[in-house]
Design a protein around this ligand. Structure first.
Ligand code: 9D3
Length: 226
């Protein structure tokens, strides 16, 4: 799997790509992920990639020519590239969509910034726009990294034996929250670990955990099926 992150802020993205499960997947050769700076395709002495909006208004718009050249340079390196773009107006990213994207050979993500991207990029290349939730970020970089992380952990071999993807909360159709967990000491601040977890009765423990997941899901996320 290859993920190109088209961003004016390559340094903001690089650190995360080196860290954690994403960094390990890259070192294992399961993932090639890198920031791509559209300034490389910007002409002129100052390599300008953004400009004032036609019609007026605050902020800057990412200009079409360097983004288009960048997209075409990335496309020319692979036959099947799926193009995405971060956007507060985009389709909300969820686990089912992440699983679908994890099947692809090559993803490229345009990070929106400032007031947005020249609409002609949408018309020509039809990127799939995605949002990571109903809150305001300062730019698309974190959203692109969230997508990269969610997709990478689904790549075969990305997780260790103790880091199962199948048992994760949102893996099936039956999304559910996790049960509570405890470790030593058995008493902390006068609070004991529930006896059932110390009982050694694995059927009882599993029944307790399932009940806890159901109670938590109903209380905190009634929107999930459970
Ligand atoms: C015209 C008003 N804009 C304010 C500058 C709206 C706006 C544009 C761009 C607000 C935020 C952003 C930056 N956010 C993203 O690019 C973004 C985002 C987000 O803010 N929340 C959740 N998911 C995403 S994906 C990209």
């Amino acid at each position: 799997m290859r993920i190109d992150i088209i961003t004016l802020f390559p340094e903001a993205v690089r650190g995360y790509l080196d860290a954690s499960i994403v960094g390990r997947a890259r070192r294992r050769g399961l993932l090639e992920a890198a920031p791509v700076d559209p300034r490389q395709w910007a002409g002129g002495r100052h390599r300008v990639v953004d400009d004032r909006p036609y019609g007026g208004g605050p902020g800057m718009v990412l200009a079409a020519p360097p983004i288009a050249s960048c997209i075409e340079a990335l496309q020319s390196r692979s036959s099947r590239m799926r193009l995405l773009m971060t956007s507060p107006q985009g389709r909300p990213l969820d686990q089912a969509w992440a699983s679908e994207l994890a099947q692809e050979q090559h993803l490229a993500v345009i990070c929106g910034h400032y007031e947005g991207v020249d609409e002609r990029i949408n018309e020509i290349y039809r990127p799939e726009e995605f949002s990571i939730g109903d809150f305001v970020l300062s730019g698309g970089e974190l959203a692109a990294l969230v997508l990269t992380d969610a997709v990478t952990r689904l790549l075969p071999g990305a997780l260790g034996h103790d880091e199962s993807a199948v048992s994760d909360s949102f893996s099936g159709d039956e999304a559910q929250l996790d049960h509570p967990c405890y470790t030593r000491p058995v008493e902390f601040n006068g609070m004991r670990v529930p006896d059932v977890l110390l009982s050694g009765d694995h059927a009882k423990i599993e029944a307790w955990r399932r009940e806890q997941r159901e109670l938590r899901t109903a209380a905190r996320r009634p929107d999930l099926k459970g």
